[in-house]
Design a binder for this molecule. Sequence first.
Ligand SMILES: [Zn+2]
Length: 130
Amino acid sequence: MTPTLTHTDPIKRSMALGMKRGMKMRCPNCGEGKLYRKYLKVQDCPVCGNENSLYPADDAPPYFTILIVGHLVVAPLLFFPFIWRSPTWLVLGTTLPALLALTMLFLPVVKGAVVGAHWALKPRRAVEDL
Ligand SMILES: [Zn+2]
């Protein structure tokens, strides 16, 4: 009988698994503990104790979030002429809240994916940098 593992074998870290767990805002190591203690503040896992805060996400999450949200919101603005002819107050009144909402929605998901990818690749921020 094969023993059941609750945590990922540290030798076999899958990028897809780490990103999937991170996108669910869970610890990439065990998939159970919460990744954040505040909106975007990464915490060490309360379940397995993995030091998630040592994975450097830096500027990658905002970059990928802008890329995704830009394609979802700005691209339709450029492709549909009826939007160009609409009143400015209407376009700005719908576009700016959509940009804000999608950015706030995607940023923790994308940051979780970046932390999960770093978990698989194992780069760690030096403790002195914190
Ligand atoms: Zn964990």
